[in-house]
Design a protein around this ligand. Structure first.
Ligand SMILES: [Mn+2]
Length: 298
């Protein structure tokens, strides 16, 4: 692996102490409808090579100290695959780096989040998704990508409500009851105007590309009409007022993404989130002399 995203991410041996570590999680055995997202990480990298290594406003992203550690070897056994993902994000986060995970279907978020939670107690989950993913099991399978937020809500150390879902528009009475029982905050696409996310704790950002309208992201397994435009999604990410300590972008399915536009949208999600994280870190450094240490704010 010799770097990717036109030079945003470099080879791991070129950077010591990376601030950001990209990994691919080529997993789609948890998909309920149309598999193919295991091909997502490579397609996202391929499409990323067509863009400049910068945010859409032109901020340089080549000096962040970011590396691409390549794709994980996940095999086909779900518990082994999840253990590999969790061990990897634990190691990255404990080393003080921000894991950026390319899916894969949404099920990869459970072990990726669990790994980061060990390094960042009080971790919040912000999910951008068309679906609530709050089934205890889906047709008997608790590892399904339809169970992601339900499983995360039940992880050890996740007591209390620290899950926010934005863009959800594929709910039903059972899923609404689950959201209420678990204290999951839900913001529909119709609620976005005036919505502001400013949690004080560390945040794991999980972007399911199907949060976008199918017109903007046709290449995903379970599209739902009435979603966000690309413009709305990028604006939302750029204006997040929180410390993102890990992120993933999931559910890009190259087999359904005829023109690569869905993978390109995923590329932009990564570059604009990197821009947000870089700006947020700089503003924290500027104000650090007047703020209390992080530990005492927890
Ligand atoms: Mn979804």
């Amino acid at each position: 692996m010799s770097g990717s995203f036109s030079g945003i991410f470099q080879s791991p041996d070129a950077v010591s102490d990376p601030a950001f570590t990209l990994i691919g999680a080529p997993w789609d055995a948890a998909s309920t409808f149309r598999p193919g997202t295991r091909l997502g990480p490579q397609q996202i990298r391929t499409m990323a090579s067509s863009l400049s290594p910068a945010t859409e406003r032109g901020e340089d992203l080549t000096s962040l100290g970011a590396v691409d550690a390549g794709d994980l070897a996940l095999g086909t056994h779900v518990e082994n695959a999840e253990a590999t993902i969790q061990q990897t994000t634990t190691a990255i986060a404990r080393a003080g780096s921000v894991p950026i995970v390319l899916g894969g279907d949404h099920a990869i978020t459970v072990p990726a989040f669990a790994g980061v939670l060990g390094a960042h107690p009080g971790l919040e989950l912000l999910v951008l998704d068309a679906h609530p993913d709050l089934y205890p099991d889906y047709e008997g399978d608790p590892f399904s990508h339809a169970c992601v937020s339900h499983r995360i809500a039940h992880l050890q150390g996740m007591a209390g409500s620290r899950i926010t879902q934005v863009g959800v528009r594929a709910s039903n009475p059972g899923q609404r009851r689950q959201a209420e029982a678990l204290g999951v905050e839900t913001i529909g696409p119709w609620d976005l105007a005036g919505w502001h996310y400013d949690r004080p704790g560390p945040v794991y950002l999980s972007v399911d590309i199907d949060v976008l309208d199918p017109a903007h992201a046709p290449g995903c397994g379970n599209p739902v009409p009435g979603g966000l435009t690309s413009r709305q999604l990028l604006d939302l990410i750029q204006h997040l007022d929180c410390e993102i300590v890990a992120m993933d972008i999931v559910e890009v399915n190259p087999l359904l993404d005829v023109h690569g536009s869905t993978a390109l949208a995923a590329v932009r999600v990564v570059t604009e989130a990197l821009g947000q994280m870089a700006r947020h870190q700089m503003s924290r450094h500027r104000t650090s002399s007047v703020r209390r240490p992080r530990e005492s704010r927890a």
